[in-house]
Design a protein around this ligand. Structure first.
Ligand SMILES: [Ca+2]
Ligand SMILES: [Ca+2]
Length: 125
């Protein structure tokens, strides 16, 4: 994997989390494959006692229903069964839900306080 993922154990809204990662020279995490998705999920599970949800770069802020990754990749993903789109009103930012039995990406409200995963390009990748 040519990326370094880092779970930040602070809780903040999606935009603040994105800014945090960008200041570190990266962006919010993207999963480009099922193995990367599983790696991210295992990271969130380890810090479940802080927050079961961790932000990733996926969002549909610009156009409702059109999901994009903050790293510019256009990798397809499959929603988990639990992820009901816009379940509670406007939900435009996506977190990785690590609750047992409900694991998967879920769009939630962007101002929710969640831990988050930053992604930077690995050196010498
Ligand atoms: Ca939405
Ligand atoms: Ca949702």
């Amino acid at each position: 994997v040519p990326y370094c993922y880092k779970l930040i154990q602070k809780q903040m809204g999606w935009t603040d989390a994105l800014n945090y990662c960008q200041k570190e020279g990266g962006t919010l995490a993207a999963a480009h494959s099922i193995s990367e998705y599983q790696l991210l999920l295992s990271m969130v599970k380890k810090t479940q006692d802080i927050s079961a949800y961790a932000w990733v770069g996926l969002n549909d802020l610009d156009e409702e229903g059109k999901y994009v990754w903050s790293d510019g990749s256009n990798t397809a993903f499959s929603w988990s069964k639990s992820a009901i789109e816009q379940q509670y009103g406007e939900e435009d930012c996506v977190a990785l839900n690590s609750y047992k039995g409900a694991e998967g990406f879920d769009d939630i409200k962007c101002n929710s306080g969640c831990t988050f995963i930053c992604m930077t390009m690995a050196e010498n990748a």
